[in-house]
Write a protein that binds this ligand. Structure first.
Ligand code: F0G
Length: 352
């Protein structure tokens, strides 16, 4: 029997590692590519979900972090630091434990989901809530890594992008070629950069005959790339992508332009509607930010802007359990019944 060995071993020849690199892994990657029945129906296309919430800490960040922590360890670092809207910190905290490194985390005060905070805490990271937004946290993390003995593991670290590009490899390996369109949520813009790099590498080496058009979606209150200027006070319920000045802005524009794609924005209402649809109709529970990809695809399909018959992959970036408040909010509280089959059957509507 063959167990998935984690993405560094699975794609070793395409990653910046050598025999000297200590591989720090939780066997991340190898995530499901799930055919999406309702989305396929609504678009007239073959739509797949790349379910990144199935990674060990519940988001795609594990792909970049296995490499970033391995390389930090190889370089002799004792401590790592990151700014985060929650998922990067959860991942860094877990991989730092595996490597025996100290992990420092800077998050925007009051603006990260409870599950993610719990992860950073339970893995023993040193966490600070900064009186500012994610962009302020990243500025601070950069400054600290320049002046103190601590390695930066945000996606401005190029090995993060190298790890994350493997998701594109997995998709081509699974489908036999690149899709026509790849759809992603965009926050700090590292992931769209990484997928584009992965698709281009495979095409260049003849492992795919083409590259997809890259479609990225920002939340409308945090859409600097779409609006063409940094957003000083980014707003959205999708806290993972509540970012006003993405570090990989230029790379995201290059991915858009070189692929013949687009970057657009979706409202919080559209995000929540896609979030509920994914859970209720596809059986896939994602966190709100992840639903931005699907919300964008549906909005374009409804506007008649998606030609039928295409193969489309939507990355859903994080697990719904990270931020369950939105699943519970607005839903009726389950009724209380006595220990009685008859009463339960009646309340469940099994008697009619
Ligand atoms: N979806 C989720 C669930 C995320 O956590 C993030 C980013 C994104 C999408 C956007 O990806 O930044 O590469 O464009 N989260 C970072 C963090 C910022 O700190 O966890 P991106």
């Amino acid at each position: 029997t063959h167990q998935w060995r984690g993405l560094i071993e699975e794609y070793r020849d395409r990653l910046p590692v050598s025999e000297a690199t200590p591989v720090v892994t939780l066997l991340e990657g190898g995530t499901p590519l799930v055919p999406a029945q309702l989305l396929s129906e609504r678009t007239g296309c073959d739509v797949y979900l790349k379910v990144e919430g199935a990674n060990p800490t519940g988001s795609f960040k594990d792909r970049g972090m296995t490499l970033a922590i391995s390389k930090a360890k190889e370089a002799g670092a004792q401590a790592v630091i990151c700014a985060s809207t929650g998922n990067t910190s959860a991942s860094a905290a877990a991989y730092a434990v595996r490597a025996g490194l100290v992990c420092a985390v800077l998050v925007p005060q009051g603006k990260i989901a409870l599950g993610k905070m719990g992860q950073a805490l339970v893995h023993g990271s040193r966490i600070l809530q900064v009186d500012g937004n994610f962009d302020d946290c990243l500025t601070l993390a950069r400054e600290l890594s320049e002046n103190y003995p601590v390695a930066l593991v945000n996606s401005v670290n190029p090995v993060r992008i190298e790890g994350q590009k493997t998701a594109a490899f997995e998709i081509v390996d699974m489908l036999g070629d690149a899709p026509d369109i790849h759809v992603l949520p965009v926050g700090n813009a590292g992931n769209i950069t990484a997928y584009w790099k992965g698709y281009q590498e495979y095409a260049k080496d003849g492992l795919a005959t083409r590259t997809p058009r890259m479609w990225g979606f920002q939340a409308s209150g945090s859409a600097p790339i779409v609006d063409g200027a940094p957003v000083l006070k980014p707003q959205t319920i999708a806290t993972a992508i509540r970012i006003g000045n993405p570090a990989s802005w230029g790379y995201a524009e290059a991915a858009r332009d070189e692929s013949g794609g687009l970057i657009d924005k979706v409202t919080d209402r559209q995000i929540l509607s896609a979030y509920r649809l994914l859970a209720a109709r596809e059986g896939v529970f994602v966190e709100p930010a992840s639903a931005a990809s699907v919300a964008g695809l549906l909005a374009r399909a409804e506007a008649g802007l998606v030609d039928p018959g295409q193969r489309i992959v939507c990355t859903v970036t994080g697990n719904g359990l990270k931020d369950p408040d939105w699943a519970v909010a607005g839903a009726p509280q389950p009724q209380v019944v006595p220990v009685s089959a008859e009463a339960a059957a009646q309340r469940l509507g099994l008697l009619d």
